[in-house]
Write a protein that binds this ligand. Sequence first.
Ligand code: SF4
Ligand code: SF4
Length: 63
Amino acid sequence: MAANWYPVIDAAKCSQCNSCVDFCVHGVFEPGPEVVNPSACVEFCRGCSKICPSEAISYFGDN
Ligand code: SF4
Ligand code: SF4
């Protein structure tokens, strides 16, 4: 659980395919997509960014 690491979606790049919503098993996203539960994100996980076809996901906490 990490409140200091969670996904941030670039709305200008996002195609709203919702692949990230389907991929994450931790309930971080809701369809839209929206990041509704950032504290459930696993610190340093980059899974949703890797599967995003639009390179629309970056991470708060990533320097
Ligand atoms: S996987 Fe990427 S393009 Fe698809 S909804 Fe998520 S952020 Fe948007
Ligand atoms: S980084 Fe991992 S845990 Fe966090 S939202 Fe993406 S897939 Fe889920």
